[in-house]
Design a protein around this ligand. Structure first.
Ligand code: TEU
Ligand code: CA
Length: 556
């Protein structure tokens, strides 16, 4: 690469603090609990932790609703704990990336309390207030992700405020210069502590068109997205943020950007544009369901290949990718894209890891993914915590789905699957807490847990460690980080194969997505096997026999 950056070869581990590790028995994960597990994270081999929000918050959306950007939620600890986490991580060669949630704040943030107090309050314009239409209805027809309308009427002042998420998450008005300056100042406050960067929550939604036009596209979920996602203003704000804040530090920035094409991906991540390091695409997350309509779709492996390869190829040397299967908003990848049966859970989890860690871009591992944690079986809607699960359930009931089919949908896709506590050992509540966990643990904790994984050299955990080590150093690192990607046999609905090539070295990554034994010919000569989720493999000249969910990396 012409201009190598430290985050090009980084691997990121995401922590959702509420569900990670509880140090004081109140049933809620916390910062001291994270510090206790830093050795576990270091041993995995990652060099960055992305920490989901730990700021002061009424927790309407588990911390994605912030009431003080410069303080820590008491249930997670205090500022001294946070400073200690940054310092202890640093000792282990790990940088902390914090979540930056600035499309919206909490309605309990002093800024909003002031803004709401009167029409002529100096902070009135810090949020998005509009008069009702002549008939008293909302200013436009935009949907929210978590409620039907994106507008909430404030009786006292007679105006509506915009909330793309819950009504306790009012959208900040980025068109206001004072708002932007306050956010930049807050970012400096954190970066001066030595942070490794920011993950920017729904950052592609901060630019709203000044005339707030009605939505006209209704078949893609969340009406209004054509107006508030990737508006040209976002790019202007990000360049300003980069110039005033980010350019003063050597940091990783990753924008969370639903509704984004590869061209948008270039606009955000082309280094010449000075916006962010990389973004999260959602395209592959939409292949097995329409999230906003809460409807399942059949997953077709060739579509998954088309989508992932398009991002690999179209950002190559033009931007930078992030690659992920999981985060705190997504169901567990082994249940979703692999096979979580007793027979294939371990092998298919390793297969998914191999496929992803062979790709170009910065890989993200979500807590518990390295253990092959699975979706949980919920038997009643009351067992779900997430506000989005309840909103989608209501939506499904209103359109006439049966409670059984609605529950089935959520058992596949609810965000709660990611948020069940991490399974540390086989003791009560999986060793997550000595108290009562805020969300019940998965029933399989006696067989799926970190204690077993770290004492078994054939575990998913050590397979991930091996994959991470291959990228972070040694003779294949440059190819894994900078190699050109090329998809092979695009039409094959069962096997996913691609090569990565750099300076004369070529790696072949091949993954069987089925429980069948298959044979494939790639017309390539296998020189060496550097990763395998089975003890052995069989190659004859240019062809290979693949066992169920087998995945290998070969030097060819
Ligand atoms: O997520 C944005 C978002 O679009 C989610 O509502 C949705 O889950 C997404 O489409 C993923 O499939 C971010 C945070 O990651 C999420 O946890 C917050 O609830 C949301 O923003 C509001 O801050
Ligand atoms: Ca706690």
């Amino acid at each position: 690469a012409d201009d190598p950056k430290w985050w090009h070869s980084a691997v990121v581990y995401q922590i959702y603090p509420r569900s990670f590790n509880d140090s004081n028995g109140d049933g809620i994960g916390d910062i001291p609990g994270i510090i206790q597990k830093l050795d576990y994270i270091q041993t995995l081999g990652v060099n960055v932790i992305w920490l989901s929000p730990v700021y002061k918050s009424p927790m309407d959306d588990n911390g994605y609703d912030i009431s003080d950007y410069c303080d820590i939620a008491p249930e997670f600890g205090n500022m001294a704990d946070m400073d200690e986490l940054i310092a202890q991580a640093k000792v282990r060669g790990i940088k902390i990336v914090m979540d930056l949630v600035v499309n919206h704040s909490s309605d309990e943030h002093p800024w909003f309390i002031e803004s709401k107090s009167s029409l002529d309050n100096p902070k009135r314009d810090w949020y998005i207030w509009k008069d009702p239409k002549a008939d008293g209805s909302a200013p436009n027809n935009w949907d929210s992700f978590f409620t039907p309308s994106a507008w909430e009427l404030d009786e006292t002042t007679g105006q509506y405020y915009l909330h793309l998420f819950s009504k306790k998450q009012p959208d900040l008005n980025w068109a206001n210069t004072e708002v932007r300056q306050a956010i930049y100042e807050m970012m400096h406050f954190w970066l001066k502590k030595g942070l490794g960067g920011f993950r920017m929550d729904v950052i592609n939604m901060i630019g709203k068109p000044a005339d707030y036009p009605d939505a006209t596209i209704f078949d893609q979920g969340v009406a209004g997205w054509e107006h508030w996602s990737n508006n040209v203003l976002v790019h202007q704000y990000l360049r300003e943020m980069n110039q005033q804040v980010l350019s003063h530090y050597d940091v990783l920035t990753v924008g969370e950007t639903p509704f984004t094409t590869t061209l948008d991906g270039r606009f955000y991540s082309d280094p010449a544009r000075k916006e962010v390091s990389m973004i999260f695409t959602f395209e592959h997350m939409g292949l097995d369901r329409e999230e906003h309509n809460a409807r399942p779709k059949a997953l077709d492996l060739t579509e998954l290949k088309t989508v992932l390869s398009k991002w690999q190829d179209e950002l190559y040397n033009k931007g930078w990718n992030s690659v992920y299967w999981n985060n705190h908003d997504q169901a567990r990848c082994v249940s979703r894209f692999g096979n979580d049966s007793d027979a294939y859970r371990v092998i298919s989890a390793k297969m998914l890891g191999t496929l992803l860690h062979g790709m170009s871009g910065t890989p993200y591992v979500y807590q518990g993914e390295e253990l092959g944690m699975c979706n949980k079986v919920f038997s009643d809607i009351s067992q779900f915590d997430d506000l989005m699960a309840h909103f989608h359930y209501k939506k499904m009931m209103e359109r006439g789905d049966t409670p059984e089919s609605a529950l089935e949908y959520l058992n596949h896709f609810s965000r709660d699957h990611a948020r069940i506590p991490v399974q540390w050992d086989g003791s009560e509540h999986a060793g997550f807490t000595t108290g009562t966990p805020w969300l019940a643990v998965n029933d399989n904790f006696e067989t799926v847990n970190a204690q077993l994984a770290t004492s078994d050299e054939n575990s998913i955990y050590y397979h991930y460690q091996h994959l991470i080590n291959l990228r972070r150093g040694g003779e294949y690192s440059d190819t894994l980080v900078y190699g050109k990607h090329c998809l092979l046999q695009a039409d094959d609905p069962q096997v996913y194969a691609y090569t990565r090539s750099y300076k004369g070295q070529t790696l072949l990554i091949v993954a069987n997505f089925t429980d069948q034994q298959l044979s494939r010919d790639f017309g390539l000569e296998f020189k060496q096997n550097i990763s395998n989720n089975y003890a052995d493999y069989q190659c004859k000249a240019s062809s290979i026999e693949l066992k169920a969910y087998q995945a290998c990396i070969f030097v060819v």
